[in-house]
Design a protein. Structure first.
Length: 437
């Protein structure tokens, strides 16, 4: 009996230790001892029945060599791309932490989270530095712009010979931005055929030929800024000085007569006044509410002496009135500089009034239908003669004025439109004969 127990003890040897999963690394299973005795089955370990667990990543940082392509990519990336890249890395880290398999211990979780916080801190620092660099660049650009503006103001602080604004202050965005050339400062001379030459000189072109053949500006040592034809076979010459005008007057041939037209005073509009105020009320309000404090050099007596109400315009569909004032050039500069004038209980727009008349019969500028000498009626819709716009059957409208002169812009606008080249030319001609200073 004792021998039998000794044999069994020699065959069966109990396990000395149990294999357990380490905190990190790969799970290692220890093979059980193999029984050599016949008829005895080896005891199976629980680790052999379970599938092998997934290897875990090492939580310790590895000293990997720097990738130059990676550094170049990070250097060229924008702030948004860097932030997106870091957030993607953090998601991947937490995906490993919360993935299937045995759980990590607390130290491993804290280590992974610490890595993510380090990445966020680095990117946040880079983003802050980039913002500071952008702010510094913007400040440098602002200082440069201020320096350029200061140099420009010094260059144009005192324009030579400029007594009024180069661009008239007109109402509406399109007209207010249009620059108008300054008219010459010399007198304007008008040339017409003499009474005994009425049968020989019948057109403005013939008057122009006679004038140019009779005198030579180079020989007279005079300057002429503009020559244009007008009605009644006339020619208007814009001089640059009073001496030049006197020399031209003395050289006029006997076949022509010369006159010096009276220059027009500027017109200033007070737009959209309520009701129909009187001229006296307007003058009083201009002085008491606008000029008394800001421009004391313009007392009421001087204001009424240099300004008058030229006319008023009202619309049937609106209970408002536009009052047009005719004033001296000095007063015109003061009024348009106000931008808005206070009249009674309202503030109205102040601007230059530049308006040309378009004849409703011949569709030409410079006169009204009552003073038209044309024998034909021109349609304002299609540009053809023989009928008016009310009787026109044309499908499309065009500018009758441009159509008469064969301009290709005739199909792009209607008659008397703001963008009409003929209207703009008429406005420039009106500005030329207006005395602005």
């Amino acid at each position: 009996m004792a021998d039998r127990d000794k044999d069994e003890a020699a065959i069966f040897t109990p396990r000395q230790s149990i294999c357990r999963t380490p905190s990190s690394g790969v799970t290692v299973l220890v093979d059980p001892p193999v029984m050599s005795a016949p008829g005895k089955r080896a005891r199976e370990s629980l680790g052999e029945l379970l599938p092998p667990s997934r290897p875990r990543r090492e939580t310790e940082r590895s000293e990997a060599p720097a990738d130059p392509d990676m550094e170049r990519s990070l250097r060229d990336s924008s702030k948004e791309e860097l932030l997106s890249r870091v957030h993607g890395a953090i998601k991947a880290i937490f995906g490993v932490v919360t993935g299937p398999g045995p759980k990590l211990n607390k130290n491993d979780t804290n280590s992974v989270a610490s890595h993510g916080q380090d990445i966020l801190a680095v990117v946040a620092t880079l983003s802050l530095r980039l913002a500071e660099a952008e702010l510094a660049a913007a400040s440098a650009k602002l200082e440069t712009a201020r320096a350029v503006a200061a140099c420009g103001e010094q260059s144009f602080a005192q324009p030579a010979g400029k007594s009024y604004t180069t661009a008239l202050k007109l109402s509406g965005p399109a007209r207010a931005s249009a620059e108008v050339k300054r008219p010459a400062s010399g007198p304007v001379l008008a040339f017409y055929p003499a009474a005994e030459q009425a049968d020989n000189i019948k057109t403005a072109e013939e008057t122009k030929k006679v004038l140019k053949s009779a005198m030579n500006p180079t020989a007279l040592q005079v300057q002429v800024s503009k020559v244009r034809k007008v009605g009644r076979a006339g020619v208007v010459v814009q001089t640059t000085s009073g001496d030049a005008a006197e020399k031209i007057k003395k050289a006029v041939p006997p076949t022509l007569r010369v006159t010096e037209p009276r220059s027009r005073r500027p017109l200033v509009a007070l737009r959209n006044l309520s009701g129909d105020p009187s001229g006296e009320a307007i003058m009083t309000s201009l002085f008491e509410q606008n000029l008394r404090i800001k421009h004391p050099e313009w007392p009421l007596e001087r204001l009424t002496k240099n300004c008058r109400v030229a006319f008023k315009k009202s619309r049937r569909e609106r209970a408002t009135t536009t009052v047009v004032l005719e004033c001296e050039p000095e007063l015109r500069d003061v009024l348009v500089s106000l931008n808005r004038a206070y009249i009674g209980w309202e503030a109205v727009t102040v601007c230059d009034y530049i308006d040309v008349t378009c004849c409703r019969k011949c569709q030409q500028y410079g006169h009204s239908e009552a003073h038209c000498r044309s024998g034909e009626t021109v349609c304002a819709r299609c540009g053809f003669t023989g009928h008016r716009a009310a009787d026109c059957k044309a499908e499309t409208a065009k500018c009758a004025t441009c159509h008469r002169f064969g301009r290709h812009e005739a199909d792009t606008h209607t008659t008397a439109a703001r963008e009409c080249p003929a209207r703009k030319f008429a406005e420039e001609r009106l500005i030329t004969v207006t005395r602005y200073g």
